[in-house]
Design a protein around this ligand. Sequence first.
Ligand code: OSB
Ligand code: MG
Length: 391
Amino acid sequence: MAMYLNIPNRNSECYHSRIVRIDRLELRLLRLPLVHFFETSFGRIYDKHFLLVKLEGEGQAGFGECVAESDPYYSSETNETCWHVITEFLAPRVLGVRFDHPRDVYPAFKAVRGHNMAKAAVEMAAWDLYARQQGVPLSRVLGGTRTEIASGVSIGIQDSLDQLVEKVDRELAAGYQRIKIKIKPGWDVNAVERVRARFGAIALMADANAAYTLADAAHLARLDQFDLMMIEQPLEYDDVGDHARLQEQLRTPICLDESIHSVRVAEEAIRSKACRIINIKPGRVGGHRESIRLHDLCQAHGIPVWHGGMLESGLGRAHNIHLSSLANFSLPGDVAASKRYFNPDLIEPPIEVSPAGTIAVPTGPGIGVTYVQERIDAATKRLAALEPTAV
Ligand code: OSB
Ligand code: MG
């Protein structure tokens, strides 16, 4: 275990003896319309409602975007549970507190069980704040080494297979290195078959968002003929055991998303051979610290990882890019250009993808992107500003 607790000293030369002191926490609920609706096996959404955390300290500010959604479908957390947990339980554990390093924020939340998305939003803001105070890019503080990351796209369920083919065509033309399509019963073998028939040997995978059970094993094995890079989260959101039984019956590698809510569960999944690949979303595991531990655990076991996406605005997206600069993010992630999601985004300039399907890791301090305050204000539905309570 101890070998995975080595986050601190990767770049110790750039840490000096600075500390993060958090003087104010601003919490907002935002609404941004999506450029295109997004449909998964849970349903279709047309706009994104999400919380944004801003932490202030020593004249600097850091941002963390909460990846919870309006409904408890991908995860049990929602914007309202996160609002409750952040204001009542997490804010009091950071306000007025001096942290030697942002790696110390997640442990300060130990008394609070679960609520990883709420924790991650606050914790990631602290990493941004710290990196800005140091005047270095977040990637350096996280221990990242890549200067650009490989980008893929996640394409939702469409109204028709023709529409799906049209979307895949457009994303390949934009340069994306890997195509992921969402599947569910009735939109699976037919969809994969159609995309393979049209586009040949592209890097292709499918994400089921837990739409199947072990009883569907024979049906899922029909996907083996299409040489998918992986099938993501075919079975229940909290399952490991059935995934291990399914993996025995599939040639296609299983990648776990929803199931991996902690480093401990990842150890269990790797040990039981429930997956060969893991998707990392910091919101799912409690922030950057836990993501680095998960990354390191997978690296030690030869499990490649890639960065998942939760339809983030440019602020959350920038965090994802910095985290993706760590070495074991060896597969293209679901971290794509801003304009696929929001137009305009909260940041300017937006995040763009190169014709080669790569995204440059920002080099400025912290997350290294510039937000437009008027756009944040215009999207704000609710706002709370919290400060240390006087004693
Ligand atoms: O399962 O990866 C998922 C979006 C919302 C919730 C869950 C998932 C997704 C995506 C979108 O696949 C990835 C993205 O483009 O941000
Ligand atoms: Mg997924």
